[in-house]
Design a protein around this ligand. Structure first.
Ligand SMILES: CC(C)(COP(=O)(O)OP(=O)(O)OC[C@H]1O[C@@H](n2cnc3c(N)ncnc32)[C@H](O)[C@@H]1OP(=O)(O)O)[C@@H](O)C(=O)NCCC(=O)NCCS
Length: 206
């Protein structure tokens, strides 16, 4: 089993740090009916031992022929941090990776970033020996359900009027065993296809 390798891709997935919360909140507030607070994210990062949170940033695009100063800055790792485009997290509980959130900045949607985040989280969950992945999603959130279906999540139940803000039902979605041959062959094929798609999109950015 191989982790999502971001080498050569236009985006990079990194662990979320406290300094990222301000940017995460900007996306959170335009993505959810009842956004989490910055305090909730601080709690997740500082106090919740079960949590694993990630952000996606655009990678600095390497244009040909940088001047000597640019080369020195790059070799020292000095440079502007590019903005966060999306984030996601899961809790590892009793052998299950429970995806707690995932969101992409609205103008960056439909470019494969949601998939990249989900694939990276599933990879990390597999590394941590999670047996399966699970989540709750609003019954009306067909976009997110499509993403989860694509990655092998199936509806495993529902919770009536789970969301207090509009009394909406939650669908519970789960994968099969993450190490099963069927899950793995689908997952590895999806990651290869995603990689191809993201590499092609890099050409348009150059
Ligand atoms: C759900 C979300 C994270 C998807 O991010 P994204 O970067 O736009 O998704 P991707 O471009 O990686 O798309 C992956 C798959 O998601 C589904 N999908 C994404 N956008 C879709 C749309 N507008 N309509 C239908 N399906 C869509 C498709 O299955 C797509 O695969 P495809 O490209 O082969 O059709 C994003 O829409 C979002 O932030 N939504 C608001 C927050 C939210 O609802 N989070 C989920 C909480 S449970």
């Amino acid at each position: 089993m191989r982790s999502m390798d971001c080498t050569g891709l236009p985006y990079i997935v990194e662990p979320m740090w406290l300094r990222d919360i301000k940017e995460v909140m900007e996306i959170e507030q335009v993505s959810f009916l009842s956004p989490w607070s910055a305090r909730a994210y601080r709690h997740e990062l500082l106090e919740n031992d079960l949590s694993h949170y990630f952000v996606v940033r655009q990678r600095q695009v390497e244009r040909p022929g940088p001047g000597p100063l640019t080369r020195v800055r790059r070799s020292l790792g000095v440079g502007k941090r590019l903005p966060i485009l999306g984030y996601g997290g899961f809790w590892l509980m009793a052998g299950e990776a429970h995806i707690s959130t995932i969101a992409v900045q609205p103008t960056w949607r439909r470019k494969g970033i949601g998939e990249l985040l989900l694939a990276a989280m599933l990879d990390r969950a597999i590394e941590l020996e999670a047996e399966m992945a699970t989540l709750e999603v609003r019954a009306s959130n067909v976009v997110a359900q499509n993403l989860y279906h694509k990655y092998g999540f199936q509806q495993a139940g529902s919770r009536r009027r789970y969301y207090r803000d509009n009394d909406e039902d939650a669908l519970i979605m789960s994968t099969e065993r993450l190490t099963s041959a069927t899950f793995q062959s689908r997952f590895q094929a999806l990651k290869r296809a995603l990689r191809e798609r993201l590499i092609q999109s890099l050409d348009k950015m150059l």
